[in-house]
Ligand binder design. Structure first.
Ligand SMILES: CCCCCCCC/C=C\CCCCCCCC(=O)N[C@@H](CCCCN)C(=O)O
Ligand SMILES: [Zn+2]
Ligand SMILES: [Zn+2]
Length: 475
């Protein structure tokens, strides 16, 4: 394989993965932030470049103190971007190599305590799991990257290839002030990247129906998205004299048509077909035969996949009705009914095609579509051939750290900050270093989001990880 990455790239990814799984450390760090400690005089090279309020400065210094070697290293340049996002440049010894970049996000979606076994912002532990909003999405990766580097610097790490780290603060609302500003900053410096690593798929243990053992997927593209508001207006009135069709009725009928007429199953028209073919041997009989012969069994496989929400997300553009509002009083006919529909676009379709199909399905001029967030097409597919540096580095690191052999390229079903980085690199890879089981899928943005403290699913992992650390970090 014609890959020359030096020990550095594998080393830092491995460090990041191992540290990402070291949740105990994460919790200790979180607790450290909360201590009402004295202000420290920051003398590091990476002192923030923007003016901060006194309390913000103190909070930042607390965080910086948790990673003293990282922030004091002469190899690291650190700056705040877009007020709350963080950009690091770690200088390598060989300037002829294009830098790569690791990104993650600090923000989380909201959570109220109802239904949680432990409060969502407590970081408390139960039966070997740390509970908390962000523990899977995406604070594990933030802490993993920072702690991984701290760990490497402690061992005198000097990378050959330079790299950047970008920690955004508003990914969950589109990344306009975080990732986008980081990209602008890098563009003004004419930075181009060898590859980018962002959140994405995980090691999937029993998640894909019919598989014999855990499988890791690396996202090599990401579905597109449209978020539409659908509104029906007309003058309000007394409920004793209702119109033949109410705004609620009209809108509900339109929404029901959307739900009853999903976008077509496009299985095999995007990179997902190749993913299943590549994984064919990982399935039990007779699925293995079917996956290896999608030219014949493709239609049947696609029907099996669409039975589960996650499989359905792989085979088509999905239609999710997410918000519905109408009415203020039981005897007032409402003036407005309004709903929000979120489409996630399959790689074989575009924003325009989905909009056209949506209008045809609704077919009612009283339902007015509008949008207040930008729509975007699916991301281009990143190269993932045998001699691609980014993909193969990541694949080998997953093999080594998770002891998971099957690693395949996939279409990531969520949206992320990755989409802002398209001008810096064509090689965008999406992987989150955790193991998830089927029952964990609802924890993303759901209740009882948690991460395993054990960090492994076999005893051998610890031995292997320890051996790997001493091999990689001692030289
Ligand atoms: C046979 C198929 C197997 C598929 C297995 C799927 C496993 C996927 C595991 C987890 C996916 C959860 C989705 C996580 C998305 C994370 C990123 C995220 O939350 N992004 C937001 C961004 C919102 C931006 C503002 N509009 C999102 O996508 O909503
Ligand atoms: Zn996320
Ligand atoms: Zn998220």
């Amino acid at each position: 394989m014609a890959i020359s990455m030096g020990k550095g790239s594998v080393g830092v990814l491995t460090g990041v993965f191992i540290a990402s799984l070291a949740v105990v450390v994460a919790v200790l760090l979180l607790r450290t932030y909360n201590l009402p400690e004295l202000k420290v005089a920051w003398k590091g090279k990476g002192a923030p470049r923007i003016e901060l309020e006194e309390d913000e400065r103190e909070q930042l210094y607390e965080a910086l103190k948790a990673f003293p070697r990282l922030f004091n290293s002469s190899l690291v340049e650190y700056e705040l971007v877009g007020e709350y996002s963080h950009l690091f440049n770690v200088q390598g010894s060989d300037n002829s190599l294009l830098p790569y970049m690791l990104i993650a996000h600090l923000d989380v979606v909201p959570a109220t305590p109802e239904g949680w076994d432990l409060p969502p912002f407590s970081g408390e532990e139960k039966e070997g799991y740390i509970y908390g909003r962000g523990s899977l999405d995406d604070k594990n990766r933030v802490i993993g990257i920072l702690q991984g580097l701290e760990f490497l610097f402690k061992r005198g790490y000097k990378p050959r290839r330079s790299f950047y780290i970008g920690l955004g603060h508003d990914e969950e609302i589109g990344g306009r002030h975080g990732a986008k500003e980081i990209v602008k900053t890098l563009e003004t410096r004419n930075v181009k990247l060898e590859f980018l690593l962002d959140e994405g798929f995980e090691v999937l243990d029993g998640v894909i129906y019919g598989t014999k053992r855990p499988i890791a997927l690396i996202g090599v593209t990401e579905k597109g998205t449209i978020t539409l508001n659908l509104t029906v207006h007309s003058p309000p009135g007394h409920s004793s004299m209702p119109p033949r069709e109410s705004r609620i009725g009209i809108l509900s009928a339109a929404l029901s048509r959307l739900e009853q007429n999903p976008m077509p199953n496009r299985f095999g028209k995007g990179p997902e077909g190749a993913m299943f073919e590549q994984l064919a041997d990982e399935f039990y009989f007779p699925l293995n035969i079917m996956m290896a012969n999608l030219w014949l069994f493709g239609p049947l496989v696609s029907r099996i996949l669409q039975r589960t929400p996650s499989g359905n997300a792989i085979v088509r553009t999905t239609t999710a009705l997410t918000i519905f509002n109408a009415g203020i009083k039981s005897n007032v006919i409402p003036q407005t009914a309004r709903a929000t529909v979120n489409f996630r676009i399959h790689p074989a379709e575009t924003v325009n095609e989905v909009m056209k199909a949506m209008n045809t399905t609704i077919m009612d001029s009283r339902v007015i579509p509008s949008s207040d967030v930008p729509a975007f097409d699916p991301l281009p597919v990143s190269p993932h051939d045998d001699d691609n540096l980014g993909y193969q580095t990541l694949k080998r690191t997953i093999n080594d750290v998770f002891l998971v052999e099957p690693v395949a390229p996939g279409v990531f079903i969520g949206n992320t900050d990755s989409r802002h980085y398209g001008n810096l690199t064509a090689s965008i890879y999406k992987f989150k270093p955790v193991v998830v089981k089927s029952e964990d899928l609802n924890r993303f943005h759901g209740i009882n989001e948690r991460i395993s403290k054990e960090v492994c699913y076999s005893q051998d992992f610890n031995k292997h990880a320890t051996a790997l650390q001493s091999r990689i970090f001692s030289d």
